[in-house]
Design a protein around this ligand. Structure first.
Ligand code: AMP
Ligand code: ZN
Length: 490
């Protein structure tokens, strides 16, 4: 879906630049895709050992806003979100247990690759369901790490051949001393890394920041030149990026927790292997806290989308809440804030439904598009885009058709389900029972005949007539006030 800004000559038609904050440089920079007009995006995806919590989902709503904004600015987009189903240990460093192995044990599954697949399937499906409810567009590819093992082995082999990697008794490690720019992303000083303790944990490592490209052993593994084992978590993203998007992509994203270790490690191994930058832009989304507390399983404060829905809110209320904060600002989730988001979104949808539904087709107001592009183009300033939406709602001078088209254009980026009430009402009216006068004559007569059979307690004949009515595309529901007849096809 694409709707570039107008190409006319008026000032309002001039497209402002899309500025994105690049963690690599610490600055906002104008974005242009490297290749033709196609922006290639990679987002570090979920580790499918459990349901995605509201914090994880913030990362993917952000990725969706980025994708839709790129489309709004006229770019083609190719988007990949990976599914981590192997190699992510309980610590981002190379210690602890594989999170998938933990889930296999927790759920009493077999410790085999088949068991792994079943757990991965279950939580991948749940993740996709979350994306759908949050109006997040399906990425063009959702590769699983376990399906790219040969590509990961090939990458590790290249690094060994180029002498960027060395073997220890428990794996193959990347030698960060051979990569002088190590830690450039987010200016993570080599000495300052908090994993200094890792040397003590693994005396065979040459430098504290060295990380595993391949781990030997483990309960779940594949054959490799270094024996049976599994790839390191940082290796999977690089192998899948190279396979699906190319050596250098346009934008790579993830949560801020990925800056110090995961993303610096991705950069080191990719650039050592290819001699090319892995991504031109690195964007990071700030963390969501719950009631001012870090989301943590051990604290038991994890909130999932199903909890939101169980309290009578909709997933899109949560999307609205996320858009009220800039993606680089920390956001605190409270039920009160969700309630306010719910009220605001309902008001917006009701306004559209009562005031704009059925307005003639029109074009968006050029000044509105200009202001929307200025907001989104300023590093995806969604709070400003929402404020603009509300100003437009209150603007009594804007003609109805322009207002409708403007709000719909904004909703293609914000995806707040502006027309949801209209769709619901259409469905409801379709599902409403038809009065006898609106029924086809033959159906009306069949319904009367069936009522007579019911009065005579001839249930067999009454059932036959029900089936005959069904074959004509109608469903009869018996109520104390008499039969209600619904059109069957909805
Ligand atoms: P994981 O499933 O742990 O690999 O995380 C998936 C994505 O969610 C990653 O991009 C993380 O950086 C991000 N993430 C994890 N916790 C939070 C949080 N509390 N707020 C925002 N993003 C988060
Ligand atoms: Zn990654």
């Amino acid at each position: 879906m694409q709707f570039p800004l107008g190409g006319g000559n008026t000032a309002a038609d001039k497209k402002p630049p899309l500025m994105l904050h690049n963690t690599l440089t610490g600055k906002k920079e104008p974005f242009h895709p490297l290749k033709h007009n196609e922006a290639r995006l990679y987002h570090c995806g979920p580790t499918v050992y459990d349901y995605a919590h509201l914090g994880n989902l913030r990362a993917f709503v952000f990725a969706d806003i980025l994708r839709r904004t790129l489309a709004f600015f006229g770019h083609e987009v190719r988007q990949v979100i990976n599914i981590t189903d192997i190699g992510h240990l309980t610590s981002d460093a190379d210690v602890g247990e594989d999170k998938m192995a933990l889930a296999i044990k927790r759920e009493g599954e077999e410790m085999t690759l088949e068991g792994l697949r079943r757990i991965a399937d279950k939580y991948t499906q749940a993740f996709l369901h979350d994306l759908e409810r949050l109006n997040i567009l399906m990425p063009h590819a959702l590769p699983r790490a376990s399906e790219y093992i040969p590509a990961q082995i090939a990458l590790v082999r290249t690094l060994v051949e180029k002498e960027y990697a060395y073997e220890t008794s428990d794996g193959i490690y990347f030698d960060t001393a051979r990569f002088p720019h190590y830690g450039a992303l987010g200016h993570i000083a080599r000495e300052g890394q908090k994993e200094g303790a890792r040397v003590a944990e693994n005396p065979e490592k040459r430098n504290p920041e060295d990380f595993a490209l391949w781990k030997k052993g483990g309960d779940l593994g594949w054959d490799s030149p270094w024996g049976k084992g599994f790839p390191g978590w940082h290796t999977e993203c690089v192998a899948m990026i190279h396979a699906l998007l190319g050596k250098t992509i346009d934008i790579h994203t993830g949560g801020i927790d990925h800056i110090p270790v995961h993303h610096n490690n991705e950069i080191a191994q990719a650039e050592a292997a290819t001699g090319k930058p892995l991504a031109r832009f690195w964007l990071h989304v700030a963390f969501l806290t719950i009631e001012d507390t870090k989301i943590s399983k051990s604290l038991g404060n994890t909130v999932y989308l199903r909890h939101v829905e169980a309290r009578g809110y909709r997933a899109l209320d949560y999307r609205y809440l996320l858009l009220t904060a800039h993606y680089r600002s920390p956001l605190n989730f409270t039920w009160r804030a969700l309630d306010a988001a719910h009220t605001a979104l309902r008001r917006l949808q009701q306004y559209y439904f009562s005031e704009l539904r059925g307005a003639p087709e029109g074009n968006p107001d050029p000044r509105f598009l200009q202001a929307l592009a200025a907001a989104l183009g300023d590093d995806l300033d969604t709070p400003r885009a929402l404020a603009l939406l509300w100003e437009t709602v209150k603007d009594s001078r804007m003609p109805r058709e322009a207002k409708r088209a403007s709000l719909l254009a904004a909703d293609r980026v914000l995806a707040l389900g502006l027309t949801e009430l209209e769709t619901q009402v259409q469905k409801l009216s379709f599902a409403a029972p038809l009065p006898p006068k609106d029924l086809p004559e033959e159906v009306r007569l069949l319904v009367i005949a069936r009522e007579e059979m019911r009065e005579q307690k001839n249930w067999a004949r009454a059932d036959e007539l029900r089936e005959e009515i069904a074959r004509k595309g109608f469903r009869v529901e018996d109520t104390p006030e008499g039969p209600l007849v619904y059109p069957e096809k909805s």
